[in-house]
Design a protein around this ligand. Structure first.
Ligand SMILES: Nc1ncnc2c1ncn2[C@@H]1O[C@H](COP(=O)(O)OP(=O)(O)O)[C@@H](O)[C@H]1O
Ligand SMILES: [Mg+2]
Length: 369
């Protein structure tokens, strides 16, 4: 999958601008606050209908504009496709592919991206939420049904949490608590199966990448962690459901007392070990950065296997955060697919990739090579 051309109209600091990309490596350079990340954000939106920086469409629309538009020519599975997104604050996004209306989650059928930004360098050390997000975003791209499960889960979770927060003032709310808990257990059971099998695949893919990347034969091992009563996360959804219900029953009173939702897939995590020890507790900064990047490159391989095409790799300001050896590894490893790399001008990265250089300044894009 490749993006050939993009036009931005009223998007962030782009009034009206068009850029054409190389099918291999594209280096987007420029000073700070010129629109490099904004350009990557637009490409990311084309793959999932969401931004990685904001949930509010108003933020995406240029300060002096009432709506924004992203138009792109994509090469998807050898076919040229036109993706069009209109963002009008207060309305749902208007998305079409070749003129046919689509939902945000359907965009992944046309285009996939794997994003790596500076925050991702902390994927290993940060709290479990970032690793759940890693699983969720990745699975949504390859399993559209999962996206629906996830939004159902979030809806039920929010509702149950409201009941738990408010039941003391309004005891009648308790009438529906058990049915929400039950629905949450059911949806969790299905999500757990998806997540377990994704982490299993990620584990297989990340091992050889990390071994090579770390240079000294480090071994990485991932293990999926979920609700403690679930003995086998690969079992049928029905079995998992019964096991989560055990947890739910045992924690019903504690939920009422703490006013927190204690049972469900919202506390899942990936346990990451490097050379047999918890990476979160013991790995050095260099090791955790290597591991984080290995995970993203592994995600890219899984999308290739699933869709037959490499996703677009979006590297936002991360190369300059890595030492030269790691930069070389990444640059050597990304062949075969299209990559968009943003970096500041003075990093010297643009000359080393052999790719096209796009210079961004004040919302204008100039192609240099
Ligand atoms: N909705 C918006 N309308 C106009 N300008 C915006 C909007 N959102 C962000 N910007 C501007 O975009 C610039 C930041 O762009 P960004 O792509 O993050 O920079 P960088 O080149 O450092 O990656 C800032 O100057 C900011 O004011
Ligand atoms: Mg930036």
């Amino acid at each position: 999958m490749k993006i050939l051309k993009i036009s931005l109209n009223g998007f962030r600091n782009y009034d009206w601008e068009t850029a054409e990309f190389s099918e291999n490596t594209n280096v987007i350079t420029g000073e700070n606050a010129q629109g490099k990340t904004n350009l990557l954000e637009a490409v990311y939106l084309l793959s999932c209908g969401k931004s990685f920086r904001t949930r509010t469409d108003r933020d995406l629309v240029g300060f002096d504009f009432s709506e924004a538009e992203i138009l792109a020519e994509i090469d998807s599975h050898g076919r040229e496709q036109t993706v069009h997104i209109r963002l009008i604050p207060g309305q749902t996004k208007k998305i079409t592919v070749n003129g046919v209306k689509k939902t945000a989650s359907e965009l992944s059928e046309t285009l996939n991206t794997v994003l790596f930004c500076p925050d991702d360098l902390n994927l290993i050390k940060d709290g479990a939420a970032v690793r759940r997000k890693l699983m969720d975003l990745a699975i949504c791209q390859i399993r559209p049904k999962y996206a629906a499960l996830l939004s159902e889960f979030n809806r039920l979770y929010e509702h149950k949490l409201r009941i738990l927060k408010d039941w003391r003032e309004k005891p009648s709310l308790l009438d529906t608590l058990d049915s929400f808990s039950d629905a949450l257990c059911r949806v969790s059971a299905q999500m757990i199966r998806y997540r377990a099998s994704y982490v299993d695949r990620l584990n297989e893919e990340v091992k050889p990448i990390h071994r090579e990347f770390s240079g000294n034969g480090e071994t990485i091992e991932l293990q999926y962690r979920t609700v403690s009563t679930v003995r086998n996360p690969f079992a049928s959804a029905k079995e998992i459901y019964y096991e989560i219900c055990e947890h739910q029953e045992a924690h019903r009173q504690a939920e009422l007392d703490s006013q927190l939702c204690l049972t469900g897939a919202h506390k899942d995590d990936i346990d990451i070990q490097i050379n047999g020890r918890s990476a979160r507790s013991f790995a050095s900064q260099g090791q955790t950065r290597t591991a984080a990047l290995s995970l993203k490159l592994a995600e890219r391989e899984i999308i290739l296997q699933e869709s037959g095409d490499y996703p677009i790799l979006l590297l936002d300001d991360v190369l300059s955060e890595l030492d030269e050896k790691r930069q070389e590894f990444v640059l050597n490893r990304i062949g075969g697919g299209q990559t968009l790399i943003t970096c500041c001008e003075d990093t010297g990265i643009s000359g080393r990739t052999g790719g096209r250089v796009l210079q961004v300044s004040g919302g204008r894009i100039r192609t240099c090579t």
